[in-house]
Design a protein around this ligand. Structure first.
Ligand code: GDP
Length: 297
């Protein structure tokens, strides 16, 4: 599971300070040094760590801590609040169109988990929100992607809109939205093409789909296992496409978790969901506060 290393280190540091009846500036200094090292070791972006530590220090030697009855615990509270804020503060909801269908575009590099997440998200919307999504196979370059989505669709007993590999992805997206209107689907989830790297052709195509269907959400799917790369990918997709949120996949794996802690700061876009396994029900809304609690124990 992600964050294990980070959690272990931080919990050790925290134990040392929790019981303290009095916290000196020296204590805070030592603790923030440990927190800083733990975060860097967890692969959190250097600048993100620097800013976070600055804020923790300011608050931890401030009145709210020094004059409280349990200063040690107050320090931990500050760290927890700052970590929560770092990951996006409030849990953020999925947008809804004024008039259905709500269109969600899924974007991401090949192998990030985009097609799987498309299926998981459809499952989530039906199970938790009683919605009826239409899945759309717009990845025409990888023939297996269409089959993969169709397989997911039949597992979920949900319709998949596809026009084969010859059609233009922009047309597919447009026609899918029309189909959704006719068939009264309230969500359209478009699985777009991925590439091995961020490239201009890919971005152009995604931009064209975006212009054609005006999605309420553009979710970028990134693989948490790729660490800082995930953060860089998120940054470039966001610059070019103005994404609305991130889905971080493979958080069940042995990742250090740094991506989860840097993406919000670097892109200013929330992590909306976390992929916790390969199965269709292993997608969870991302709760910054719960995640912070898990890390701090
Ligand atoms: P795409 O190329 O972005 O569409 O990626 P796929 O959806 O085909 O996923 C690539 C691989 O990652 C597949 O083997 C998925 O089962 C796997 N995968 C996707 N999401 C998760 C996740 O949250 N956890 C784990 N462990 N594997 C995942």
């Amino acid at each position: 599971m992600a964050f294990e290393g980070l959690a272990e280190r931080l919990q050790g540091t925290i134990k040392k300070i929790t019981g303290k009846g009095k916290v000196s500036e020296q204590d805070v200094k030592e603790m923030t040094r440990e927190v800083r090292l733990a975060l860097l070791e967890a692969d959190v972006n250097f600048k993100v760590v620097k800013d976070l530590i600055k804020r923790i220090k300011e608050r931890a030697v401030g009145q709210e801590v020094m004059e409280s009855l349990t200063p040690g615990q107050q320090v931990i509270k500050v760290v927890k609040e700052e970590l929560t804020e770092l990951m996006g503060g409030e849990q953020s909801k999925i947008a809804v169109a004024d008039r259905p269908p709500t269109v969600i575009m899924m974007a991401g590099l090949q192998g990030a988990g985009k097609t799987t997440t498309t299926g998981k998200l459809a499952n989530h919307l039906r199970k938790k929100h009683n919605r009826s999504p239409l899945l759309v196979a717009a990845d025409v370059y990888r023939p297996a992607a269409i089959n993969q989505l169709e397989t997911l669709g039949s597992q979920l007993e949900m319709p998949v809109f596809s026009m084969g590999t010859e059609a233009n992805p922009v047309d597919i997206a447009k026609q899918a939205v029309e189909r959704a209107k006719e068939a009264h689907h309230d969500y359209v989830i478009i699985d777009t093409a991925g590439r091995l790297h961020v490239d201009d052709d890919l971005m152009d195509e995604l931009q064209q789909i975006k212009d054609a269907v005006g999605p309420q959400e553009i979710f970028l799917v990134v693989d948490a296992m790729t660490g800082q790369d995930a953060v860089n990918v998120a940054e470039s997709f966001n610059q070019q496409l103005d994404i609305s949120g991130v889905v971080l996949t493979k958080l069940d794996g042995d990742t250090r978790g740094g991506a989860a802690l840097s993406i919000k700061t670097v892109t200013d876009k929330p992590i909306k969901f976390a992929g916790m396994g390969e199965k269709l029900d292993q997608l969870e809304p991302f709760h910054p506060e719960r995640m912070a609690s898990r890390i701090l124990g």
